[in-house]
Ligand binder design. Structure first.
Ligand code: ARG
Length: 248
């Protein structure tokens, strides 16, 4: 009897030690959801003081909550998100990222959670009055590696396109006359125009697209969880509520 008690105690202590060990060590990578983004893209992701804010940030937080994981945001260059997701450095990329066939060769995308429109910002007195007025004679500013960059390079040629690290930098170049227009997603375009005088957005849009979250190719487990969470968040109105906070 004594011996049995001793064995039981040892087993209990052992189990305790193992669980403490997993809680401290093992959970680190398992319970964290590492999200790569590029926080220069209001209202989807931006820095406010020392906090990340925006639609993607809040939707990601809601997903992490559903999965019982801690959200860990990494603010990186837009063009390095996909490579980092591919290599496993980040669990997912969420950055107002457009689903394209080319990107699908490198990463897997979740169900879409928003629509994006590539729009054109010009100076108020610009000769460019519609998308059809843009030609390879114009200097076009874009955020590098975005669809605005990819599409306008395809349509107007390498020499017409000037690439900037952030959309805000492209917009500054437009204000100071270094470029003639900026091609960028419509909601950030609205934010940039509101923050700068003398600019407007053309009524005609350049392209329509869909935003989704990307994960490492073949990571079906995480993708399934993200899609389930997104579905619930769409159905219970959480996503609409978040969007309504940022887009009036
Ligand atoms: N929707 C565009 C794309 O996927 C632009 C996204 C830029 N996002 C950002 N967080 N800076 O290429």
């Amino acid at each position: 009897m004594k011996k049995l008690a001793k064995i039981l105690t040892m087993a209990l202590v052992g189990a305790f030690v193992v669980s403490v060990f997993t809680a401290c060590g093992g959970s680190k990578s398992e319970d964290k959801l590492v999200m790569a983004t590029n926080a220069t893209f209001p209202p989807y992701e931006y820095v406010d003081g020392d906090a990340y804010k925006g639609i993607d940030v809040e939707v990601a937080q809601a997903i992490a909550d559903k999965l019982g994981m801690e959200l860990d945001i990494r603010d990186v260059e837009f063009g390095s998100i996909i490579a980092g997701v591919q290599s496993g450095k980040f669990d997912m990329g969420m950055a107002g990222m457009t689903v394209t066939d080319e990107r699908k060769q490198s990463v897997d995308f979740s169900d879409t959670y928003a629509i994006g429109i590539q729009s054109v910002i010009v100076r108020e007195d610009s000769e460019i009055q519609s998308v059809d007025d843009i030609s390879s004679a114009n200097k076009i500013g874009v955020q590098q590696d975005t669809t605005g960059d990819i599409y306008s390079t395809d349509d107007y040629g390498e020499d017409s396109v000037t690439r900037f690290k952030a959309g805000t930098d492209a917009v500054q170049a437009l204000v100071s006359g270094k470029v003639d227009c900026v091609i960028i997603d419509n909601e950030p375009a609205k934010s940039y125009v509101a923050a700068n005088g003398g600019l407007k957005i053309l009524d005609t849009s350049y392209a329509e697209e869909e935003y989704a979250i990307c994960v490492k190719k073949g990571n079906d487990e995480l993708l399934g969880k993200i899609n389930d969470a997104l579905k619930e968040l769409k159905e219970d109105g959480t996503i609409d509520t978040i969007v309504a906070k940022y887009i009036k």
